[in-house]
Design a protein around this ligand. Structure first.
Ligand code: GSH
Length: 236
């Protein structure tokens, strides 16, 4: 059976990572049975989660997990999509993963009111004696990552403008359809579903979460994804 290496459930969500949540959704969309291992982070081949172990084959990165599923199990996640729609959805996915993601990271890790909450969660198993040092070092690394990526260089107001454009684009592309591809979920729903679920959480004060909450179609979409794929989850 496939093993998915993940951080694990929080706040009644499958994972706090959108990329891990995306991997859950891809496996579910493909109808593949899998188990979750929460102890794989230190052995992650690319230093990040998610990755999978499929009968000894290790595949790291949510997009490569998708490609692996497509090739090995002959799943066409976009079988009902016209090429133009498929292309637009791919662009939307990469906007979420490489732009919106970093905005969400900045809002969670750099805003004081959110930082203590995320730190309490992420470092809960770190021995109390070294926890303050670990917190400071990890936050410093993330600040550096944000600066290198670019979004760490903007003012809060500039960041808010960019986030708004992202969320408006997402809401417009989804429109009134239940799923990105229309009547049936497609591969892009794994990505969008993961981001909408994990970014709109009452536990954090973020522009990303607030803006998602201002779009009725995104809120309904969030409920749809949770009900269809994560109905068994309980808050913890
Ligand atoms: N491109 C990767 C991104 C994965 C990623 O950024 N994972 C984050 C959690 S959301 C992580 O493991 N970060 C740990 C670190 O950077 O040290 C994918 O699609 O899987």
């Amino acid at each position: 059976m496939i093993t998915l290496f993940a951080f694990g459930p929080v706040f009644g969500l499958p994972d706090m990572s959108p990329f891990v949540t995306k991997a859950h959704l891809l496996l579910k969309l493909a109808g593949l049975p899998y188990q979750v291992d929460r102890k794989g982070f230190t052995r992650a081949p690319k230093g990040k989660l998610p990755y999978i172990n499929d009968a000894g084959e290790i595949v790291a990165d949510s997009t490569f997990i998708r490609l692996h599923i497509e090739r090995k199990y002959r799943v066409d996640f976009n079988r009902n999509l016209a090429p133009e729609r498929s292309a637009a959805i791919w662009a939307l996915e990469k906007m979420c993963e490489n732009h919106l993601y970093w905005a969400a990271v900045r809002e969670r890790w750099m805003r004081e009111e959110n930082f203590e909450k995320i730190a309490a969660l992420v470092f809960r198993r770190v021995p109390p004696l070294v926890r303050p040092v670990v917190k400071t070092l990890v936050r410093r690394k993330i600040r550096k990552d944000l600066y290198s990526q670019g979004l760490g260089r903007h003012s809060e107001q500039e960041l808010a403008e960019l986030v708004k454009r992202d969320v408006v684009a997402i809401a417009a592309l989804l429109g009134d359809a239940p799923w990105l591809g229309g009547g049936q979920p497609c591969g892009g729903d794994a990505t969008l579903g993961a981001f909408v679920i994990t970014c709109h959480t009452p536990e954090f004060t973020t522009d990303v979460g607030r803006l998602i909450g201002e779009h009725a179609n995104l809120l309904a979409y969030r409920e749809r994804v949770l009900a269809a794929y994560f109905a068994d989850l309980t808050a913890n």
